[in-house]
Design a protein around this ligand. Structure first.
Ligand code: F3S
Length: 420
């Protein structure tokens, strides 16, 4: 890679060991990707809180010293690197540990201790602990054209497609190194020519409900990824909840898409394709919609034991609407309802009385966690309004439907949702 003076100085250690180690890592990464240079970034989203194998971390760093952990596990350095402050504006996306409900999440005290230490470490080095997969609801809203270095699969299509910001899918190490240096390799989604659509999706169904967007995202993500789809014939202008559900459905497969007349790089079809011929056209009609619904609904049992809502983390609008649906009602005796959201939204929900209403009905609103992080009893039947959760939940019996279907199941203990 060609480095400018500033980057070379970092690599030579003139700005300290942390910048040097981070730059060494980014140069290797950029070289492997075929990037020729770096681009400045002042918007980084790291994943620096949860270690899935805490026993391994403890084996390598018995003292659980966060500087040593960050050096080894986030910078790949055997040398101890004591970071002073990160250079870029950085948010830490998720801890996935709710301190009050460790048992629900099947988490040990060790994971908790580690998460606490890493949270304090992030605070010390200037990383903002927003702890959510919806950073755009919690103060990290990039702007069109802004170069970012983000982790988190559903947030990335949101940044690229909905906002028009520019980010690849970054990992623990690369995002951390970008936070320290304020640099990311200039490749992939950072380059305009790589953001053009190459597959037309002709939409033939009404997308008037949030659930429809989750279904379409799921279907197209599985069939079209890793290409860049261009959605045509969509008459419904989606709201935030619809786009969040869509990004969750499509995530993991697609990091960029266009919706003609909706997303900022697709005012017209010509703009979305750059006037180039597209490689493929596919249809999303009634049949495809039914197929997606069938794939996501894989329960053989009509009862529902657990309902999980809030993937991606629910917005205040979604929580207030849920509270309205549950006001004065009671959950079925043996059915549990968990709603996950970010710290900021939880605080708003608490202060506006929504949490109280949901709790009085028998549900639970949780921040700092995600339904996939719960300790799941494989014999239980779970219902959700998220295509992403329905796909990834490890249990055999899963129902997917609208928020209304989930509330009905919470109150009756039975699944009655169906596709119209
Ligand atoms: Fe967020 Fe967990 Fe869903 S991280 S997108 S709530 S799977």
């Amino acid at each position: 890679m060609k480095l400018n003076r500033d980057e070379q100085d970092m690599l030579n250690g003139k700005e300290g060991l942390a910048s040097q180690k981070a730059m060494e890592l980014l140069v290797k990464y950029g070289d492997a990707l075929g990037a020729e240079q770096f681009v400045d970034t002042n918007n980084v989203a790291v994943f620096a809180g949860l270690f899935f194998f805490p026993e391994l971390v403890k084996k390598v760093i018995p003292s659980l010293d966060p500087d040593a952990i960050a050096s080894k596990f986030l910078l790949d350095s055997d040398e101890l690197v004591v970071l002073d402050r990160v250079k870029a504006f950085t948010t830490n996306h998720i801890f996935t540990i709710n301190r009050e409900y460790l048992k629900l999440q099947g988490r040990s005290q060790l994971v908790y201790d580690l998460a606490e230490k890493m949270e304090a470490y992030c605070k010390r080095v200037g990383i903002n602990n927003i702890a959510t997969c919806t950073p755009y609801l919690a103060g990290n809203i990039p702007l069109k054209g802004e170069h970012c270095a983000w982790t988190e699969s559903s947030a990335i299509p949101f940044a690229n497609a909905v906002v028009g910001a520019r980010t690849n899918i970054e990992g623990w190490h690369s995002s951390f190194a970008s936070a320290i240096t304020g640099k990311t390799p200039l490749w992939g989604m950072h380059l305009g020519e790589n953001r053009l659509g190459d597959t037309i999706v002709d939409v033939e169904v009404d997308l008037d409900r949030v659930m429809e967007w989750g279904l379409m995202g799921y279907y197209i993500g599985k069939r079209v990824g890793p290409h860049i789809p261009i959605f045509t014939n969509i008459e419904q202008i989606p709201n935030l909840g619809m786009l969040m559900a869509f990004n969750a459905g499509i995530s993991g497969n697609i990091i960029m898409y266009h919706i003609i007349g909706v997303t900022p790089e697709a005012h017209t079809l010509e703009m979305a394709t750059g006037n180039k011929k597209v490689s493929e056209s596919i249809k999303y009609g009634k049949e495809q919609r039914r197929e997606a619904y069938r794939e996501l609904n894989h329960s053989k049992k009509g009862n529902v034991d657990i309902i999980i809502m809030g993937c991606p983390h629910y917005s205040i609008e979604q929580i207030s609407s849920l509270a309205r649906m549950l006001e004065g009602k009671k959950l079925y005796d043996s059915t549990a309802l968990y709603v996950t959201t970010c710290r900021q939204t939880k605080t708003l929900a608490d202060r506006n009385g929504y949490t109280d209403i949901i709790h009085k009905a028998g549900g639970l609103v949780l921040d700092d966690t995600c339904g996939l992080e719960f300790h799941h009893d494989m014999s239980k039947v779970i219902a959700t309004d998220s295509a992403k959760q329905a796909h990834y939940l490890p249990v055999e019996n899963v129902w997917y439907g609208s928020a209304e279907d989930c509330v009905q199941a919470a109150i009756t203990g039975k699944w009655q949702g169906e596709i119209r």
